[in-house]
Design a protein around this ligand. Structure first.
Ligand SMILES: [Zn+2]
Length: 407
């Protein structure tokens, strides 16, 4: 047994006046007061910073190496090459205090083999996303044969047969696949409803990737459990999302993931936006991607005001701005958008763990939960960016070497 004692603590929901977290193997067995006396055989490590649960990235692509085009290249890699990228992505997550990731798009279901590697973050995996023939990320191998009821149910059944944890569908086009319709939809609401029904019948959540307002509305009407990106793009309103729709999303309890957490110093390296988006930005007077990205902080504030459950996903691996391990930046952005430090940290830990189906297992410092523990240098209540300075990371009880982020 060992214990981690820190002068500040956040338990996944609230701040505590310091705490002593007792770990036995891969489990937390006690969360005691800072000054608690422990049996002599317990080895205690003391820290002047904050102890909290490990972070959760709700949207990663472990097969993508955070270079431009990396995800598409993964589509033609050998299994050995894919496994190497997956391991390196997982290592990077762990070094930045991420102890659980939800992978929303791999190749050949390779990430499922890495769900429980000792010392590596736990993986919640979707396998290749369901898409249309030639649709967004078709190169990952997840295109449906057709859009009949049978084809759609078959696509979900294939994933269930592979043992996935969650099902992902590309409801609109995406920026990583030129020529797909980012402003429109790939599936109708009725088709999405068939996918939702088949996933739910098998006890799985269904998440929809949606950049366009049209796809977001169809996804909500179809009963999806979560919407990824939530960019709100439409030819008539640019990227504005109406209050009525936000109320509806809140009422339905849909988890929303804006996939932020960018290292903005890399924005200059972004490829030019696809023509339809460039045209839209011009028409609505958005100067560049940086400006669009900054406007997303305003969207976050609105999600909070409407009572929408926001999860912390990065879409990590998709670009240099989206390094594996960036999820601490999302927490910072939530604070920037007006969330209290406790709200933002709860999103990055307990709330997103629950959204991933792992409530009761991780995301909290509580007895019986996995020993997914992060200690950072500084008082998170005063400054959430202290999350960029991990000093100790336990992934299911195993210590990994932390890495600080300086930019
Ligand atoms: Zn993605």
């Amino acid at each position: 047994m060992r214990a981690i004692r820190a002068v500040s603590a956040f338990d996944g929901e609230q701040f505590l006046p310091g705490a002593t977290v007792v770990v036995d193997g891969d489990q937390i067995v006690g969360v005691e007061a800072y000054a608690a006396e422990l049996p002599a055989e317990v080895e205690v490590t003391e820290y002047s910073g904050t102890v909290l649960p490990g972070l959760v990235d709700a949207h990663t692509h472990l097969v993508a190496d955070a270079t431009i085009g990396g995800l598409e290249r993964a589509g033609s890699m050998s299994d050995d090459a894919l496994d190497e990228v997956i391991l390196s992505s997982l290592r990077s997550h762990a070094a930045h205090g991420v102890t659980t990731v939800r992978d929303l798009g791999d190749v050949a279901y390779r990430t499922l083999l890495f769900r429980d590697v000792p010392g590596m973050p736990r993986v919640v995996a979707s396998g290749p996303p369901i898409t249309t023939a030639g649709g967004h990320c078709h190169f990952l191998g997840g295109a449906v044969r057709g859009t009949s009821q049978e084809d759609l149910r078959g696509a979900v059944a294939e994933r269930v047969g592979r043992g996935v944890d969650v099902v992902k569908v590309m409801a609109s086009g995406g920026f990583a696949t030129p020529g797909t319709d980012q402003l429109g939809a790939q599936f109708t609401a009725a088709q999405l409803a068939v996918l939702v029904d088949e996933a739910h019948r098998n006890g799985l959540s269904l998440l929809a990737h949606a950049h366009s307002l049209e796809a977001m509305e169809s996804a909500a009407a179809a009963g999806v459990d979560g919407i990824e990106h939530f960019s709100g793009l439409s030819v008539t309103s640019g990227s504005h999302i109406g209050d009525d729709f936000l109320d509806e999303v809140a009422r339905l309890g849909i988890y929303v993931d804006l996939t932020m957490g960018n290292d903005r110093s890399f924005h200059a390296l972004m490829p030019a936006p696809p023509p339809p988006l460039a045209e839209l930005m011009k028409r609505f007077g958005v100067k560049d991607f940086d400006e669009f990205y900054a406007s997303r902080i305003g969207t976050l504030s609105r999600l909070r005001a409407h009572g929408i459950r926001v999860v912390t996903g990065v879409d990590s691996g998709m670009a240099p701005a989206k390094q594996h391990g960036n999820v601490w930046r999302v927490v910072g952005e939530m604070a920037e958008a007006g969330y209290s430090p406790a709200e933002a940290l709860a999103a990055g830990t307990s709330l997103t763990a629950e959204a991933c189906g792992l409530g009761g297992r991780t995301g909290r410092l509580a007895p019986g939960h996995a020993a997914d523990v992060l200690v950072v240098d500084g008082d998170l209540y005063e400054d959430v960016t202290a999350l960029s300075r991990p000093v100790e990371v336990l992934v299911r009880g195993r210590a990994v070497e932390p890495t600080w982020t300086t930019s």
